[in-house]
Design a protein around this ligand. Structure first.
Ligand SMILES: Cc1cc2nc3c(=O)[nH]c(=O)nc-3n(C[C@H](O)[C@H](O)[C@H](O)COP(=O)(O)OP(=O)(O)OC[C@H]3O[C@@H](n4cnc5c(N)ncnc54)[C@H](O)[C@@H]3O)c2cc1C
Length: 450
């Protein structure tokens, strides 16, 4: 049977799981902040997540690291993303799961790694304390429209296919699944068949911490060992990309490895919203990890007795669909430290373009304000009245997204989306009173300049 053949699915009557003020789809950084904020602002809120735990790429993708929370202001590094994320950091810390800040790129970036299991627990605690209802193992699969509004999202669960109704939906799926089904215009990747290349993450344990820190403790020092191994042993090691990132976790006997790169059969970025490519990507990622682990054990001080303690549950997807909203954040906005009147918070991460075989970084040119505002309009999709889209699938160009996809900006977007949704009272979200929204966000601890 050819893959283009189709079948008509018979119509069926669906049970309604519930009717909410706000339904958030996806429990990554954006969805966490969105649902916690909506519930705290009095909305009856449901979070739908396809896995049995929260964290999104941060847990399911094995990222284990927060980027974009800190940025350089007047020559000094500060935490510039605040609000819901502060409570998450506190809860992670209380569980012993949050590392001290780590600097890199000549002091231009600061990140914080964390323990994945602690993140899952801290996120549960945070949302339960906020009064969010959690529905795990539920995959959004379709929408039912009523004019320019989404009437219901259809979910697939172990209890069967059901419908969930709400006044406002917030798509935090990372892939803009709901927005795409609702007809919101969007682009996939770079719009030319490729995009930011995905990576399967893994962690290595039982490392000799002192030896490893001395050899590869500096950000990207591992790349010198890769170059040396290739010149000493021609043909023995094939690396999927330059610009490997190998960093110690909270206990430096454990390291995370961000080193693989997944291509499709055409050599372009594996497409994270193509079922066959996703499937092949999982296999390729694990094969690359096995190869890289040989190199680590054979060539890198401290790793001879190490073992792989986790290959991430799923391939790490950096970019798939990005919606067309009321404004698209651009690469120039990142480089020029853009300011916006409708700012909802800060993106403090530079452009990080994962291209074929390498990473291209792009830093803001102003050293005194090495970060940009995130405009509210990037959450408001074209054409659907009761939908917001937050996180890595919000309205950005390919270049802008390479920066604001980092967790820091996703927390900012989620908090703004959840707060606005809770107060929308049935009005189209494009009519949101942004000055009032900024007041609520500031009152809840968010940092907004201007
Ligand atoms: C390999 C890699 C390394 C990275 N490194 C860093 C880093 O060091 N620091 C950093 O801050 N950021 C890093 N990032 C980026 C960052 O992790 C993501 O961009 C960020 O997690 C995006 O947040 P999000 O909430 O928009 O989406 P996601 O984190 O992707 O979360 C989306 C959630 O929605 C769920 N979902 C998806 N579709 C559906 C559906 N149809 N129904 C129900 N649920 C659904 C998913 O299971 C997931 O939980 C990295 C990304 C990758 C891939």
């Amino acid at each position: 049977m050819s893959s283009s053949s189709t079948l008509l699915e018979p119509a069926r009557t669906l049970p309604v799981f519930g009717d909410y003020d706000v339904v958030v789809i996806g429990g990554g950084p954006a969805g966490l902040a969105a649902s916690a904020s909506a519930a705290r602002h009095g909305a009856r809120t449901l979070l739908i997540e396809r896995y049995g735990f929260l964290g999104g790429m941060g847990t399911a993708g094995g990222v284990t690291n927060f980027a974009g929370l800190y940025g350089r202001r007047n020559g000094e590094m500060h935490q510039l993303v605040h609000g819901v994320v502060d409570e998450l950091l506190d809860r992670l810390d209380a569980l012993g799961g949050l590392n001290q800040p780590q600097d890199g790129m000549q002091g231009r970036i600061r990140v914080r790694s964390y323990d994945t299991s602690a993140y899952k627990c801290a996120a549960d605690q945070l949302l339960i304390a906020a009064g969010v209802e959690l529905l795990f193992h539920a995959q959004a699969a379709a929408v039912i429209m009523k004019g320019p509004r989404i009437d219901a999202v259809v979910i697939e669960t172990k209890s069967g296919r059901q419908a969930v109704r709400a006044s406002v939906f917030i798509d935090c799926s990372g892939d803009a699944d709901v927005a795409a089904w609702a007809g919101v215009p969007h682009e996939i990747g770079d719009g030319q068949g490729s995009g930011l290349f995905p990576t399967t993450m893994f962690r290595v344990g039982h490392v000799d911490a002192a030896a490893a820190l001395a050899a590869v403790g500096e950000f990207q020092a591992i790349n010198r060992y890769m170059a040396q191994a290739q010149s000493d042993h021609p043909g023995r090691y094939q690396f999927p990309r330059e610009g490997a990132i190998l960093r110690p976790q909270i206990k430096p006997s454990e390291w995370r490895a961000n080193v693989t790169q997944l291509k499709n059969a055409q050599g372009q970025a594996m497409n994270g919203v193509d079922a066959r490519e996703l499937s092949q990507g999982e296999i390729d990622g694990r094969r690359q990890i096995a190869d890289y682990f040989h190199f680590l054990r054979e060539q890198v001080p401290g790793f001879a007795q190490a073992s792989i303690i986790e290959i991430a549950p799923q391939v790490g997807i950096r970019e798939t669909r990005r919606i067309a909203g009321q404004y698209a954040l651009t690469g120039q906005d990142i480089l020029n430290s853009a300011r916006f009147d409708d700012s909802m918070g800060i993106n403090a991460w530079p452009m990080e373009l994962h291209q074929h075989g390498r990473i291209e970084w792009g830093f803001p040119t102003d050293p005194l304000r090495a970060y940009n505002d995130l405009p509210w309009r990037m959450l408001v999709p074209q054409g659907v009245d009761n939908l917001l889209v937050a996180g890595r699938c919000a309205s950005m160009t390919h270049e802008g997204q390479s920066a604001a996809r980092a967790s820091g900006a996703c927390f900012v977007m989620g908090q703004a989306a959840g707060t606005a949704a809770a107060h929308s009272a049935g009005s189209p979200l494009v009519e949101t009173d942004v000055k009032q929204l900024q007041q609520w966000l500031r009152a809840d601890g968010a940092y907004i300049e201007g």
